[in-house]
Design a protein around this ligand. Structure first.
Ligand code: KG4
Ligand code: ZN
Length: 347
C-alpha cells in the first residue's frame, strides 16, 4: 500500500500530489494558462521557467494539505515522458533530488499511463481489462489496458490530436486558449445541426476506411472554409455558437463511433475515457448513450481528474512501486515515448 509524492510538469500545469494507492491525500495544480494565453498556445521555454518558480510552493502546499511528513512517503514520482523536454526535466530533476535527499525510490511515470490511472481515482473498484479512449492536447488513442504497464494501442490519430483540433478551431473563432473549454461553453447555446461537417476518416490503401484511427485536419480545414464563406456574407456577425456546437458534435460523434466499434470488435465490455477532452460535455453525453445502447460500461473521471494533475501520476506510480518497479536516477526524460514501451522506464 504505497504512499507516493508525485510531480507533473509535462506541459503547462505545475502539479504535485500525495497519493496512497487509489486515495488522494492532497493534490495541488498551478495552471500556467494565464501566462500562455497572450500567445494563443504554450511557449515551451516559458513553461519550463514557470515550473521552476512554482514547484517549491506546490510541494510545500501538497505536504501541508496531506498532513503527512517525509517519513510517511514511500517513493517520489515524476512524469518523465512524453511532453516538452524542458518542462519534463524540471519535474524529473526535482523528484530525483528529493529521492536522494530523503532516501526514497524514484519512480518515473508515462503521462498517458497517468491519464489511464485517473479512472481508478474516480472509481476505486475499476480494474483492467478495459478500453481507454485517451483524448488530450497531444494524443488521441484507443488503448487496450490489460494490466499495469501492459498496453496495446488499437487506434491513433493520423494528424492533429482531438484537443489540438479544439484549440485550433477555437483560435480560428477567436475564442482564446485553451480552446476546448471555450468551445464547450459556447456550444451550449448553439445548434449542433446548423452546419454539417465531415467526420475525419482515414483511408486504407486497399480501399475503405480505418475503423479506429482518427483524423481531424480535414474537419479543421472544413471549419476554416466555412468561416471564410460566412465572413464574406457578414464579417461582424459570425454564428459562433452554431459553429462551436456543430464542430463539437462532429468530433464527439466521430470519437464515439470509433470507440464503440473498437470495443465491440475486440469484445471489450468496459470503456474508460481520459485526458482533457474527456471533460467535453458532448463527448460525455454521446459516449454514455452509445455505451448504454450496446451494453458497454462507460466511465468518465471527474472533471478535475480529466485535465493534467499529479494525483493520476501518483496513482500510477504507487501501482508500479507496489509491484517493485522503480526507476534509475540516470533515467532521461523522453518527449515521445510510446505507451506500449512504458516498461522501459523501470529497471
Ligand atoms: O490532458 P490535458 O489537460 O493536457 C495534455 O496532456 O494535453 O488536455 C488538454 C486539452 C486541451 O487541448 C484542451 O483544449 C482540451 O484538453 N480540453 C477540452 C475540454 N477541456 C479541456 N476539450 C474539449 N472540451 C473540454 N471541456
Ligand atoms: Zn495530459
Amino acid at each position: 500500500m504505497a504512499t507516493v509524492l508525485a510531480i507533473e510538469t509535462s506541459c503547462d500545469e505545475t502539479a504535485v500530489a500525495i497519493v496512497n494507492n487509489r486515495n488522494v491525500c492532497s493534490s495541488v495544480v498551478a495552471s500556467q494558462i494565464a501566462l500562455h494565453q497572450t500567445y494563443g498556445g504554450v511557449v515551451p521555454e516559458m513553461a519550463s521557467r514557470e515550473h521552476l518558480m512554482t514547484i517549491n510552493p506546490c510541494l510545500e502546499k501538497a505536504l501541508e494539505e496531506s498532513h503527512l511528513g517525509w517519513q510517511d512517503i514511500d517513493g517520489i514520482a515524476a512524469t518523465v515522458a512524453p511532453g516538452l523536454v524542458g518542462a519534463l526535466m524540471m519535474g524529473a530533476t526535482t523528484a530525483k533530488t528529493l529521492s536522494i535527499v530523503h532516501h526514497k525510490p524514484f519512480i518515473g511515470v508515462h503521462h498517458l499511463e497517468g491519464h489511464i490511472y485517473a479512472t481508478y481515482l474516480s472509481d476505486r473498484a475499476w480494474n483492467p481489462p478495459f478500453l481507454c479512449l485517451l483524448v488530450s492536447g497531444g494524443h488521441t488513442s484507443l488503448i487496450w489496458v490489460k494490466d499495469c504497464g501492459v498496453y496495446e494501442q488499437l487506434g491513433a490519430t493520423r494528424d492533429d490530436a482531438a484537443g489540438e483540433a479544439f484549440d485550433k478551431v477555437a483560435r480560428l473563432l477567436n475564442l482564446g486558449y485553451p480552446g476546448g473549454p471555450a468551445i464547450d461553453r459556447l456550444a451550449k447555446t448553439g445548434n449542433p445541426q446548423a452546419f454539417p461537417l465531415p467526420e475525419g476518416r482515414v483511408s486504407l490503401p486497399q480501399g475503405g476506411y480505418h475503423p479506429y484511427d482518427s483524423s481531424f485536419s480535414g474537419l479543421k480545414t472544413a471549419v476554416l472554409r466555412l468561416v471564410q464563406n460566412l465572413e464574406k456574407e457578414d464579417k461582424n456577425n459570425l454564428p459562433l455558437a452554431d459553429l462551436a456546437a456543430s464542430f463539437q458534435e462532429t468530433v464527439a460523434r466521430s470519437l464515439t463511433k470509433k470507440t464503440i466499434a473498437c470495443a465491440l470488435d475486440y469484445g471489450i465490455n468496459s470503456i474508460a475515457v481520459g485526458g482533457g477532452v474527456a471533460a467535453n460535455s458532448e463527448l460525455r453525453k454521446q459516449l454514455q448513450e452509445a455505451g448504454f445502447k450496446h451494453n458497454i460500461k462507460v466511465h468518465f473521471p471527474t472533471l478535475k481528474l480529466c485535465t493534467d494533475n499529479a494525483a493520476m501520476i501518483g496513482c500510477a506510480a504507487a501501482d508500479h512501486l507496489n509491484r517493485g518497479h522503480t526507476s534509475s536516477l540516470t533515467l532521461n526524460v523522453n518527449s515521445r515515448l510510446s505507451i506500449t514501451d512504458v516498461m522501459q522506464i523501470y529497471r
